[in-house]
Design a protein around this ligand. Sequence first.
Ligand code: NAD
Length: 694
Amino acid sequence: MVHLDLRKIGDAGVAVLRMDNPPVNSIGSQVRVALGERLAAALADDTVQAIVLTGTGKFFCSGADIREFNTPKTQIRPLLRELIATVETAGKPIVAAINGTALGGGLELTLGCHGRVASEDAKLGLPEVKLGVLPGAGGTQRLPRVVGVPAALNIIVEGEPLTAQQALECGLVDEVAADPVEAACRLALEIRRGERASRAIDPAPLGDVVPANVFEEARRNAQRRYRGCIAPQECIACIEKTLHTDLQTGLTFEAERFKFLVEGDQSKAQRHIFFAERKAAKLPTSAPAAEVRSVGVIGAGTMGGGIAMSLVNAGIPVVLFEQSEEALQRGLGVIQKNYEVSRKRGRFTQEEIDARLALIRRSLDYSDLADVDLVIEAAFEDMQVKKDIFAKLDQACKKDAILATNTSRLDINEIAAVTSRPAQVLGMHFFSPANVMRLLEVVKGARTADTVLATVFRLAQRIGKIPVLVGVCDGFVGNRMVSHYTREAYFLLEEGCTPAQVDGALRRFGMAMGPLQMQDMAGLDISWAARKRQAATRPAHLRYSKVADRICEMGRFGQKTGSGFYRYEAGSREPIPDPEIDALIAQCAAEAGITRREISDEEIVARTIYALVNEAARIVQDGIAQRPSDIDVVYVAGYGFPMFRGGPMFYADTVGLPKVLETIRQFHAEHGQYWEPAPLLVELAESGRRFSDL
Ligand code: NAD
């Protein structure tokens, strides 16, 4: 757990304490106990003049063991705070040799040290805010005293790690070295001999080192960027404490605020999502993954362009195939424009962009796809178009190539059936914009082979996506659920709401965007086409809202036509309520014989979110998703569901399934068949279980 190595440097002795807790060197209760013992031994040993703390492999220490949160193990002494205090007040210099990643509690440990040396590839950060908590072992009190208030605000509230070079520039580390342990031993002895100043923290209040509005502005920014999240605000409050309170008082305040957050629903939800993402990435198979060396992308439209960018960003060569030179030019133009925006924002240099563009080979000929390992089709959403393409791909591509479709809703098995290789056909459902959104629904067809899934999962991770395994059905997981959510939004309009009221209630709930605004963004024509397709099989006795159809009939397809549920000024995405739409809604309601009424935010949220939950329960029961937590990942990563509510399933568990069921039964009685409770929900609620028990 913690190794002690005594080194002789000249005539001085240095104790090197090396934490070793694979795989990520987290600092759980066992490591704390071992480190406490080793530290005490080194401090008591008269032959030891200085101490160096380091880690193993790529990790200095990745932070506290999250699995121990809210368990008695966190109370096993020494606590991390106590260990850091021992380091800070030690009679011998203690220097951190940050050999790799130092995150959270790991970085906080180094802040108690008297010097810090980082390896060239080290990453240093306090990402606690992403788990809905704050750095609770002194990070909010010591970091501002080391790097200043503005840098500390940035590091703690954003939660993004710094590179070694950035850490050096802001004074977080004293040196960057190829051999950090060797450099740290030297630095520790120099401090011991008084040749270098110790970086021990000055416990006095910092005073008014920044203008008063810095914190106001930080609060406003955090409020805007992390709407509804309480952890960023608590981080800011703790940092503000450093101005006028001493270290000890600040640490007590920080510990209280940490306790408040770690015991709250938001942090539980965020930790749930953290583990859910990791669980989703595990396939129920140990089949081997093959290497994907190059990829063909069919269609250079909205999705194809974004998919191509994701691939070349990870250094994977792409053959970008289109049906005409004109379409190809248009698609490449959009890709270039997107990269240009990134360059202006400082994300990529021109050389980096050129290198990426050079990886894209343009193609109008299927024979160019003969050697690719994988093809991702992103042509029009039309079964016949897709079948034609897959038949041609089957002819053109090498025998072991994988053929994937980015279809949003179509039957993968029907597409696979036109090929001679159904085991190598699957869905790869990216989300728009595909170069930004991290979710990837990996759709397993009836005959898709396990090795194909393993290969695609590995590729997904290589290009920075979060893959979730789903089964074939209309809309897979995400879009199948969203149909129920938007249906209720349309019904609420007829029953008395305005679009702004529905969207506002859901934004206040925490959704990144309301359902109607989302429809306007995606394009109303897309769901209109789907509804027309489904019209023939839609049972006549079921309620159907004509609002969206009527809006489309007016030629209003959302943002792309400058109007939909809202209107838009040229070049703006800001939705503006439109009285014409209010009148249309009232007319549709009158035609359907609906008396409009006052509707509360609470009802809007229950009607839409429980519609998601009820359908999700059916999806789990049908085996379309592997586990409820996968659905949470889909909704948080792909549909703007608030991370601090943990996804629809976790949210339902938090509300309590009996209560959710009771409300759904009430809706069933009032609104009819759509609300028939999902059998799985009934079973769980009535047996006192939760989705998370499955
Ligand atoms: P799009 O209309 O922007 O692009 C489609 C492109 O495919 C066009 O450039 C077209 O020229 C090209 N194309 C059409 N037929 C072709 C053929 N036979 N050979 C080569 N190229 C051909 O559409 P999009 O929004 O990018 O959607 C593409 C696919 O992705 C659809 O199946 C859609 O359902 C799915 N999808 C879309 C979104 C979204 O938000 N737009 C999200 C997820 C999935």
